[in-house]
Design a protein around this ligand. Structure first.
Ligand SMILES: C[S@@+](CC[C@H](N)C(=O)[O-])C[C@H]1O[C@@H](n2cnc3c(N)ncnc32)[C@H](O)[C@@H]1O
Length: 371
């Protein structure tokens, strides 16, 4: 999507502009299009927004300066600060992960008065229709506002107390009125066996393979006993499981964990801190855009898009960026679904691609940078 165009959910919002002529709107899961500018230009007083996606954050950041003191934007798992002034409406962009939606609804109920209307917009193929029923479990009045562009806009009012703020997600020690909502109580943990140690991995709602080890990642871990030492990049780190595993090995390494998802970055940081790893950094980046330095190893369970054509474009971009970021002699090691035709793409960039293991529908590929 070009940054100038509007996503389908945003187009539905624009069709219903009269709902959003408010003093202060809280927008959660904001997409990186021109919607905010359009709303601010056409009657909305001020916006506080949260996005979990670093590429959206990068696109939206310049707009903050264009709308002095009227647009506040955070890239984080949760709103870190109390709201600067009360909001009179909330707009949530549907996320695929139901646990993440539940978590964000709790966060909203922490920050916002019970009588403030909550709007939820999403696409039919993301499951927006099931949300009318789900919202009725927590709000006394839920209705469909509009339905177009393969999307639905819902409005929920009258937040009920049932299942209110997750006690673990507020500051510990606060007895009656906690003063901060944090992600702390929302982590799920699972364990991974590394050599003779059991590692605890923490993941937040919305993170890839939340609360469990992915089968592809598990196959990759089986091949990690002959890795180079030195500077290591874990691309698309998720909850940090690959770096956690590598950090247990005796070789001296510095680990850079990269992801575009704020929920993943917070999870990776938690995982590495819990393990007491010191030689690491966690970095927000879209692809390798923010990554500096040269690496001895780039390791990944890389993302791919399931659209018919697009997944190879994403992979090609990652492979060519990886080639640039590797030292001569440096290694790329990745896991992918065996049905994806990665070896010819890796060969195009690296010259040679070895298949180290194929199991349970996944293959592990290795390539070295020659020049
Ligand atoms: C298949 S998951 C692997 C997660 C983790 N390494 C594991 O093995 O469990 C791919 C990860 O890539 C991240 N990702 C997707 N697109 C990205 C992009 N353009 N730049 C950086 N990270 C991206 C996703 O947020 C996700 O955490």
């Amino acid at each position: 999507m070009s940054s100038l165009s509007l996503s389908n959910p945003s187009q539905l919002i624009v069709r219903n502009m009269d709902c959003f002529e408010l003093d202060h709107l809280l927008m959660i899961g904001l997409p990186g299009d021109q919607l905010v500018s359009q709303l601010l230009d056409e009657g909305l007083g001020r916006v506080t927004a949260l996005t979990r996606d670093f590429s959206d954050y990068r696109r939206l950041k310049p707009l903050v300066g264009n709308h002095n003191d009227r647009f506040f934007l955070t890239f984080a798992p949760v709103l870190e600060e109390p709201l600067s002034s009360p909001v009179d409406g909330v707009l949530i962009f549907l996320q695929k992960s139901k646990p993440l939606m539940d978590f964000w609804l709790e966060m909203i109920r922490f920050h916002v008065a019970a009588n403030v209307p909550i709007y939820l917009v999403g696409e039919n193929d993301e499951g927006i229709k099931s949300w009318k029923k789900r919202l009725k479990q927590s709000f006394s009045d839920v209705k469909s506002v509009d339905n177009a562009r393969h999307c639905v806009l819902l409005e929920a009012c009258g937040a009920m107390n049932k299942g209110a703020v997750n006690k673990g997600a507020v500051n510990k020690g606060a007895v009656n009125k906690p003063d901060q909502f944090t992600e702390k109580g929302a982590f799920k943990t699972f364990t991974v066996q590394a050599m003779d140690k059991v590692l605890s991995i923490s993941s937040l709602p919305g993170v890839f393979s939340h609360g469990r080890l992915d089968v592809g990642t598990e196959v990759l871990l089986e091949t990690l006993n002959d890795l180079p030492s030195g500077n290591v990049l874990d691309f698309g780190c998720g909850a940090g499981v690959i770096s956690a595993y590598i950090s247990e090995q005796p070789e001296a390494r510095h680990l850079t964990l990269v992801d575009c998802d704020a929920m993943a970055l917070a999870s990776s940081r938690q995982t590495m801190n819990d393990l007491g790893v010191e030689n690491f950094q966690v970095l927000a980046s879209d692809g390798l855009s923010e990554v500096t330095g040269q690496f001895d190893l780039i390791i990944s369970n890389p993302p791919f898009h399931q659209g018919v054509k697009t997944h190879y474009e994403v992979t090609e971009r990652f492979l060519s960026e990886s080639h640039q970021k590797l030292k001569v002699g440096g290694e790329l090691r990745i896991v992918a679904n065996s049905f994806l035709k990665y070896p010819p793409i890796i060969e195009q960039t690296f010259g040679r691609c070895e298949t180290l293991l194929s199991r349970n529908g996944f293959s592990i590929y290795r390539a070295f940078k020659k020049v």
